[in-house]
Design a protein around this ligand. Structure first.
Ligand code: ADP
Ligand code: MG
Length: 226
C-alpha cells in the first residue's frame, strides 16, 4: 500500500501579537491519497494559508505531525526539508511570483534544472506544459508581457514541471475574473489529474470545489467535510 501524499495529524498553530494569542489551527487531521484532489474552503482568516504553509514546509512553529509521501517532515534537517520540498511539492500562489527577467519557458525550466534535469528535456517539458495550457505562442514572453490569466497559467506550469507528488495551491485563481479563473482552473485540474499528482487547493470558489474529489472546510481551527 502506498503512503498518502500528505498526512497532517493534530496540526496546531497559534500566533501571538500584542500580547494576544490566537489559536488558528486547533488540531487539523487531513490525509490526501496519491492522486487525490481536495478543495479547502473556509472564510477569510480561517487559516487556509496557514495550513498550506505547514503542508509546504515553509515555516516552523507548528504542533502536531506533517508527513509528505510518508516522510515525517519535522524531524528532518533544514537541508533535507528543502530537498523534500524540491522533490515532492509544487506551489501555486494567489499572485504568481514568476521571475520577471525570464521568459515563460525559462520560468518553467528553472525548477527542473534546480532538481538536476537535463537541459533539453527540461525545455521540452516546459514547452509541452505551456502548450497544454494554451500558451504555445507565449513561450518567449516575459511575465510583464502576459495577461494576469496567462501569468497564472505559467505559474501552474512551473508548479507541475517536476511532476510533484503533491501540489499546494493558495487561491490560485483568486485575482482573476470569473471566466479566466474557470479556464485556468480547468487546465490546472486536467494536468494534475493526467500526471497523477495529489492537490490541496484553498479557494472561496464553490464551482471550483465541485470539480475536485473531496471538499473540506476549516471551521474553528479544525477541518470538517463540506
Ligand atoms: P486565510 O488564508 O484562511 O484567509 P490565514 O491563514 O492567512 O487565513 O490567517 C489565519 C489567521 O492567522 C488570521 O487571523 C491571521 O491574522 C493570523 N495570522 C496569519 N499569519 C500570521 C502571522 N504571521 N502573525 C500573526 N498572525 C497571523
Ligand atoms: Mg489565505
Amino acid at each position: 500500500m502506498s503512503e498518502p501524499a500528505l498526512r497532517l495529524s493534530g496540526l496546531t498553530r497559534s500566533f501571538t501579537q500584542g500580547g494576544v494569542t490566537i489559536a488558528v489551527l486547533r488540531g487539523v487531521e487531513l490525509s490526501l491519497a496519491r492522486g487525490e484532489i481536495v478543495a479547502l474552503l473556509g472564510p477569510s482568516g480561517s487559516g487556509k494559508s496557514t495550513l498550506l504553509q505547514a503542508a509546504g514546509l515553509l515555516e516552523g512553529g507548528f504542533g502536531g505531525a506533517i508527513a509528505i509521501d510518508g516522510v515525517a517532515a519535522q524531524a528532518l534537517s533544514d537541508d533535507s526539508r528543502t530537498a523534500l520540498r524540491r522533490d515532492k511539492l509544487g506551489f501555486v500562489y494567489q499572485f504568481h511570483h514568476l521571475l520577471p527577467d525570464f521568459t515563460a519557458e525559462e520560468n518553467v525550466v528553472l525548477p527542473q534544472l534546480v532538481k538536476g534535469a537535463d537541459r533539453a528535456e527540461a525545455h521540452a517539458r516546459a514547452r509541452e506544459l505551456l502548450e497544454a495550457l494554451g500558451l504555445g505562442a507565449r513561450l518567449e514572453h516575459r511575465p510583464s508581457q502576459l495577461s494576469g490569466g496567462e501569468q497564472q497559467r505559467v505559474a501552474v506550469a512551473r508548479a507541475l514541471a517536476n511532476r510533484p507528488v503533491l501540489v499546494l495551491a493558495d487561491e490560485p485563481t483568486g485575482n482573476l475574473d470569473e471566466g479566466t479563473a474557470a479556464k485556468v482552473l480547468a487546465a490546472f485540474l486536467a494536468l494534475v489529474r493526467s500526471q497523477g499528482s495529489a492537490a490541496l487547493i484553498a479557494t472561496h470558489n464553490r464551482a471550483l470545489a465541485a470539480q475536485t474529489d473531496r471538499v473540506v472546510e476549516l471551521h474553528e481551527g479544525r477541518l470538517r467535510p463540506a
